[in-house]
Write a protein that binds this ligand. Structure first.
Ligand code: MN
Length: 213
């Protein structure tokens, strides 16, 4: 199968002034597109040619892994931002308060982790195997799904994500990125996870999860 570049869920200039149209044109139109094109070239006539993206990530290494994972990571990153104001669902807020004490603590720890990640990488909010929320810093193209974690949100801290707009000041980018988080997307990822973890009772039809679609 041929992998395709996702369409941005907003206009290229929608996140201005926090993230410029120029950054978006390079980040989505050059970097993200480059990973998609490279992946398609590398998997041609290999055992990975017909695999879905997540399966490639779990089974490959080297260049194929790097490009596949970067496609996944960027899809996640762009879907996790919006120019529209949003708020965490009640359930997501409960989980954040349970595992980080408060939204303020969570924000501080997430941005601190992102600010101090050495070199290129990604910071994720994920659910671990014990069903706790965790913040994980992953270098280069590393990916939470390799650790059986369920990702909810990611922030790209590769320099190409912010260098045009913020030069070397990653912390300034992070503060503005936080304002752009699409909490509807994060809440929906948690709801989908809960549906898997707590399916409806097959006899009564009652569902233990409170959100969903
Ligand atoms: Mn990037």
């Amino acid at each position: 199968m041929t992998h395709t570049l996702m369409k941005l869920p907003f206009d290229e200039n929608a996140l201005e002034p926090y993230i410029s149209k120029e950054t978006m044109q390079y980040h989505h139109g050059k970097h993200h597109a480059g990973y998609v094109n490279k992946l398609n070239t590398l998997i041609k006539d290999t055992e990975f040619a017909e695999m879905a993206l997540e399966e490639i990530i779990k089974k490959s290494d080297g260049g194929i892994f790097n490009n596949a994972s970067q496609v996944y990571n960027h899809d996640f990153y762009f879907n996790g931002m919006s120019s529209k104001k949003s708020a965490p669902s009640d359930t997501l807020l409960e989980w954040i308060q349970r595992d980080f004490d408060s939204m303020e603590q969570f924000k501080e720890r997430f941005l601190q982790t992102a600010a101090t990640l050495f070199g290129s990488g990604w910071v994720w909010l994920s659910i671990n195997k014990e069903s706790s929320l965790i913040i994980e810093a992953r270098s280069n193209a590393d990916n939470p799904i390799l650790y059986e974690h369920r990702p909810l949100l990611t922030c790209d801290v590769w320099e190409h994500a912010y260098y045009i707009d913020y030069r070397n000041v990653r912390a300034a980018y992070l503060e503005k990125w936080w304002e752009l988080v699409n909490w509807d997307f994060v809440s929906e990822n948690l709801a989908n996870h809960l549906y898997i973890e707590f399916p409806c009772d097959e006899y009564s039809g009652a569902c233990e999860f409170k959100e969903g679609k």
